[in-house]
Design a protein around this ligand. Structure first.
Ligand code: CA
Length: 239
């Protein structure tokens, strides 16, 4: 697969480890990305302010300014997609990352293909973000289809009966394909921020949804668990 016919995506890579910079610059350029490198947080901040970027890859442990602080700073002025690239063994609070506005995260070591897939998923989501405002009446991901107005769900040609909260939960996940939604966000959006019930309720609903839409509910392909963080509707399987 070549990316040569797609418009050039401008990437800001903020990373201080030379081995990663070299591998990523070469690998991403080969995939058709236009990569600008910054080697510490302050340089990243300056580069971002002076350039036009479609996506930011942000290491967490950086000299001069942490990736966390840079992420916060960028979010004050921009909704550019940000993917956090964290080192193996680094204690990372994934929930915090998502709360301060990171779109996704990848843990080193990763395969280039995985990173590129995540980048494309985030970019695609941004491209379609405007569409979602217009209340899509049908959402199709792989074999799963939601008819929002009629509140009906189909897997292939078979209609699946969903309860109100199950439908709301599945809709939220399918509207954000490839994106980790934290438990807090899911509970907040589906049950309301004043929900005081057992948080196990969420898991019970996920389990039931998996039972209805997954081929093998115990090895889910569509609704996957991101341990300690939340759930994600997978794009690679469902596009
Ligand atoms: Ca680092």
């Amino acid at each position: 697969m070549t990316a040569s016919r797609q418009p050039t995506v401008r990437v800001l890579l903020v990373e201080d480890e030379e081995s990663f910079i070299d591998a990523l610059s070469v690998g991403l350029a080969r995939e058709g990305f236009d990569v600008t490198t910054a080697r510490d947080g302050a340089e990243g901040s300056a580069s971002f302010a002076n350039g036009q970027f479609d996506i930011v890859l942000l290491d967490l442990m950086l000299p001069k300014m942490s990736g966390l602080d840079l992420c916060r700073e960028i979010r004050q002025t921009s909704d550019v997609p940000i993917i956090i690239v964290s080192a193996k063994g680094e204690e990372v609070d994934m929930v915090l990352l998502l709360e301060i506005g990171a779109d996704d995260y990848v843990t080193k070591p990763y395969r280039l293909r995985e990173l590129v897939a995540r980048m494309r998923a985030v970019l695609r989501r941004r491209e379609h973000a405007g569409d979602l405002d217009e209340e899509e009446s049908t959402i199709q991901r792989g074999p799963v289809r939601l008819e929002v107005d009629a509140r009906r769900c189909f897997v292939g040609t078979e209609e699946i009966k969903l309860r109100k909260k199950e439908f709301a939960l599945l809709r939220l996940l399918m509207e954000n394909p490839g994106r980790v939604l934290t438990r807090e966000v899911l509970i907040d959006r589906v049950w309301g921020h004043d929900y005081v019930g057992d948080t196990k309720t969420l898991d019970v609903h996920i389990k039931r949804l998996r039972g209805l839409i997954e081929d093998e509910p115990k090895k889910p392909q569509y609704i996957t668990t991101v341990r300690g963080v939340g759930y994600r509707f997978e794009v690679s399987r469902a596009d």
